[in-house]
Design a protein around this ligand. Structure first.
Ligand code: ADP
Length: 492
């Protein structure tokens, strides 16, 4: 099959979160199953440090009565393993951030991704990319299935294309004032509650949901949650109306990037056999790096993530204050950036508790690896979590996830219960409510097992480290769906 994946980010070329991890790793896994795969994304500033060649092909798009020109570059890097087409338009994409700067969204985001959407459609004919499946991701590509069915379907290159639309996080919908409809170049008749309109606004995620042949999200449990309230964030009705073509496929991980035996960000490497000593070395290195007292006998709890309400860092901050006030012997290492108020709360927390708490407010892939390797537990108090990747990375490094029972965390973390203890399947601790009671219970439970039941702790580490969480299985599921939607398209 010929698969073209369009995404607004893909690791390592450009990344703000899990979307990039998925779109950076899935193409390679699909190619390994024998398919012809290419990726297309914007040529952001961060992509420019990777080698690429001009294609010499120019595109012209009309946006609100103006002709906008761009070009395509082609980039081939081993990490992604398939050709990557970069849509170049420096005024739109050569900026400090991908979608925002200093926490403020770029005012022209709608226009930028309308342009990108047309650029994807035009790439098919201008670059002669054979496409059976156009795999789209998140709101930034939501216009594409509409463009295909309204403008492009009649041309021979486009007739056989089926679209799969993956929702990585329904909280981000690409919502713009009705006037932004003019940017899309589509007739106002599509601005109605069954198609592109949602509460009087243009909604690009909804557009993608309505016009694509199939829809996936990144875990089966999240697929269920988004058809209800509050999980659907206002789009539950439209998702219910498309329930027959909505599926959940749990993300895999890049087993090469997240491999404790070869991780270039670690000084000490380890595997299943050597993990006890290896993890202790990583813990000491992490403590040193973060200016915490270097002690092997204290449990270290790590957190890494975007500082948004979603991730529940505010609950963690509250818990840490309580634990420190109670004199509990635990070290905490937090890495994240985002909401400036939360950033300051974290800084203050660390400043007041230098013996127990270390905080780094930035984006650092290297430190993320070191925290996941050097911590004993990894805390995820997410209020919602479509799939979550860091708990999967934690499994690989023998770090026990302590998570809120939501979204993909339910599908991926097997909670410690008397039954799962007995049959040896437990891989972590799940708590039922994202509130102080829940997080306190979860962390206490984990600390209790860590301190008092070392054999059980080791068993849970073993089980997690032995899990097959590679992309292969997930890629096979995507291929099954691609075949299914090909049989059913074109949609009327
Ligand atoms: P989301 O996509 O909601 O941000 P995921 O768990 O799916 O959450 O993926 C988050 C990805 O981003 C992980 O690879 C995680 O390590 C990374 N990440 C998030 N914040 C940071 C940070 N401050 N520094 C380094 N990596 C980060």
């Amino acid at each position: 099959m010929n698969i073209l994946l369009a995404s607004s980010e893909a690791a390592p070329l450009a990344k703000t979160g899990g979307l990039a991890d998925v779109c950076g790793a899935l193409p390679k896994a699909l190619a390994q199953l024998g398919h012809e795969v290419a990726l297309i994304m914007p040529a952001y500033r961060s992509t420019k440090k990777y080698p690429s060649e001009p294609t010499g092909v120019e595109l012209r798009v009309w946006i609100a009565g103006r002709e906008v020109r761009g070009t395509y570059r082609k980039c081939q890097i081993p990490e992604i393993g398939v050709p990557v087409y970069l849509v170049e338009h420096d005024m739109y994409f050569d900026r400090d951030g991908l979608y925002n700067n200093n926490n403020e969204d770029y005012a022209d985001n709608c226009e930028r991704f309308v342009f990108f959407s047309y650029a994807v459609m035009e790439a098919v004919r201008l670059l002669n990319i054979p496409v059976d499946i156009l795999h789209l991701n998140d709101w930034q590509t939501g216009l594409i299935p509409a463009l295909l069915s309204i403008y492009y379907r009649d041309y021979p290159e486009y007739q056989k294309i089926a679209t799969l639309y993956t929702i990585h996080n329904i909280a981000y919908q690409g919502v713009y004032p009705a006037s932004a409809m003019a940017l899309t170049g589509l007739h106002w008749k599509y601005f109605n509650w069954l198609q592109m309109e949602c509460y009087d606004h243009l909604n690009l995620l909804k557009t993608g949901i309505v016009f694509s042949d199939g829809i996936t999200t990144v875990s089966p449990n999240y697929a269920r949650e988004i058809t209800g309230n509050p999980g659907g964030c206002g789009l539950e009705d439209v998702l219910r109306s498309r329930r027959d073509v909505l599926w959940g496929i749990t993300n895999g991980i890049d087993m090469d990037e997240w491999n404790p035996e070869t991780d270039p960000h670690l000084d000490t490497h380890f595997n299943l056999e050597t993990r006890t000593e290896g993890k202790l070395e990583c813990k000491l290195a992490l403590q040193k790096q973060m200016d915490l007292p270097q002690r092997t006998d204290v449990p270290v709890i790590g957190l890494v993530g975007r500082l948004t309400e979603q991730k529940g860092f505010d609950l963690a901050v509250e818990l840490i204050y309580q634990k420190v006030a109670a004199g509990e012997d635990v070290q905490w290492v937090l890495l994240g950036s985002g909401d400036p108020i939360l950033e300051n709360r974290l800084r203050e927390l660390a400043a007041h508790n230098p013996q127990n708490v270390a905080v780094s407010i930035r984006y650092s892939n290297e430190l993320a690896h070191q925290i996941i390797a050097g911590s004993d537990m990894f805390l995820m108090p997410s209020r919602f979590e479509p799939c979550g990747l860091t708990q999967l990375y934690s499994f690989r490094y023998g770090t026990i996830p302590v998570v809120h029972s939501t979204g993909g965390l339910v599908d991926t973390v097997t909670d410690l219960t008397p039954e799962t203890e007995k049959d040896g399947t437990a891989t972590g601790i799940r708590f039922s409510h994202a509130d102080m009671e829940g997080i306190t219970w979860g962390v206490n439970q984990a600390l209790d097992v860590y301190r008092n039941r070392p054999e059980l702790w080791k068993k849970m580490q073993d089980t997690g480290m032995n899990l097959d969480i590679s992309w292969r299985q997930s890629a096979e599921k995507y291929v099954e769906l691609y075949e299914k939607i090909r049989r059913h398209q074109p949609r009327q």
